[in-house]
Design a protein around this ligand. Structure first.
Ligand code: SAJ
Length: 407
């Protein structure tokens, strides 16, 4: 039986996937409310295909509990925040979960860590826990690092189709764990050592952060001299070896905006490009804010309460607001004493999380003269003609109306 610890954005879909592919799974989370929600037959976040997967897993007998189980395989997918000041990974949640697991794990059990960690974290913070346990309880427990790669919005598809990495001290243990993942994963599963697995995960997200930063820097350069960054990128990408990403109002999510900082925190004198890239991405919400002020001035608009921010999530068609560029921009506005005036709307965010939040597109559009598209949800793409007659700042190049402003 596999005990999945941490039933969040990664742990839950992984547990459901294994359960619906014939693996006996118990999902554990210390959040009682979350466990109760799952036990009452409801999923805990919005994601394509999650509902169906949940039903299939329930029919296959998955269980949810707050209790750690006595078994031989654990998958830990708890959060790994980073310390905003030191930029280093905070492995406290992973360490706490491992400590709990060690109390119930049987001899020769395998602890798989899925949470993203910086290179060396397992050796530094996790291995010593196992060594101490071995000395006192005389139990041999094995470690594996199997970082996830799925993208919010397409998690279910990517769980099945992405290639995966499994890092283990011992090849046999790596192969044993590979079988669990192979129950549902049709991609290639590479078995390597733990440190390599830790590094690959962080490098993948860093690669993307640096490339997004390049696009964002181009947007700033082009804005400076009124060049069309989107047309320039489109033409450059026709070169067979050039593939530039898209500029945007900032980088959110719990990975690309966070993981690269681990490398900066651990290698401050070496990770220069990464450091600058992260700063560039972090500067984008303020860049958008400046654009808003410029455009208001150009249109002789003085009433900030007639400005509407479309989109609160960190990207399109999800309800996830972690590290959202809009929230960062609103914070910045608060510092400029106007954060409590703008109107905000997101079709995927049903609860009130900010001031002046609308829950209806019609009412939102009635209340504003200037719409800032921060997130390219399908909803706004399908309702673009409704922005006719408004001032529009389109941060994603999705609006083809005349006179629209871009980044
Ligand atoms: N973004 C841009 N320009 C682009 C692409 C993205 O500004 O051209 C922005 C998005 O708007 C968003 C942020 O970047 O705010 C990140 O979004 P994303 O869709 O690129 O990625 P995430 O954070 O949802 O998921 C990433 C993925 N990693 C990589 O693509 C290398 C996913 O595969 C990982 O599993 C996930 O991080 C993770 O958990 O590490």
């Amino acid at each position: 039986m596999v005990n999945v610890i941490g039933l969040g954005y990664i742990g839950l879909p992984t547990a459901l996937m294994m359960a619906s592919h014939g693996v006996a799974v118990v999902g554990t989370d210390y959040n009682e409310e979350l466990v109760n929600t799952l036990n009452s037959g409801h999923t805990t976040f919005e994601e394509n295909g999650l509902e169906e997967l949940f039903q299939a897993a329930v029919e296959s007998g998955i269980q949810f509990t707050t209790q750690y189980q006595a078994t031989d395989t654990y998958i830990i997918s708890v959060p790994t925040p980073y310390d905003k000041f030191s930029k280093k990974v905070d492995a406290a949640y992973v360490a706490a979960a491992v400590r709990e697991v060690l109390k119930t794990a049987v001899q020769d059990a395998v602890i798989v860590i899925e949470s993203t960690i910086s290179p060396g974290t397992i050796n530094k913070y996790i291995r010593p826990l196992l060594q101490a346990d071995q000395e006192t309880a005389n139990k041999k427990i094995h470690l594996v690092h199997a970082p996830e790669r799925i993208i919010p919005g397409n998690m279910v598809y990517e769980l099945i189709h992405n290639n995966r990495t499994i890092g283990a001290d011992d090849r046999e243990i790596g192969e044993k764990i590979k079988k669990y993942y192979a129950s549902f994963c049709q991609g290639e599963i590479v078995v390597t050592d733990i440190c390599t697995a830790e590094m690959t995960k962080v490098v993948e997200n860093t690669y993307r952060a640096v490339n997004i930063a390049f696009a964002n820097e181009l947007a700033k350069i082009c804005r400076h001299d009124n060049m069309d960054v989107y047309e320039i990128i489109r033409i450059c990408n026709m070169h067979p070896r050039v593939n530039i990403l898209q500029p945007g109002p900032g980088v959110g999510g719990h990975c690309i905006s966070v993981d690269p900082w681990f490398l900066v925190g651990d290698y401050p004198s070496l990770a220069k490009v990464i450091d600058e890239s992260m700063k560039t991405n972090d500067s984008m919400p303020d860049f958008v804010l400046n654009r808003i002020y410029e455009i208001m001035k150009e249109n002789h608009m003085t009433d900030i309460s007639r400005v509407g921010i479309y989109g609160l999530t960190y990207k399109e068609n999800v309800d996830d607001m972690r590290e959202s560029p809009t929230l960062q921009m609103l914070e910045s506005m608060e510092r400029h004493l106007c954060g409590n005036l703008v109107k905000v709307y997101d079709p995927h965010v049903v609860n009130d999380v900010v001031l002046n939040q609308h829950h209806d597109l019609d009412a939102f559009l009635r209340d504003v003269d200037f719409v800032v598209i921060m997130v390219k949800h399908d909803e706004i793409r399908e309702n673009m003609d409704r922005l006719q007659g408004k001032i529009v700042l389109d941060c994603h190049n999705v609006c083809a109306l005349d006179g629209v402003y871009r980044m």
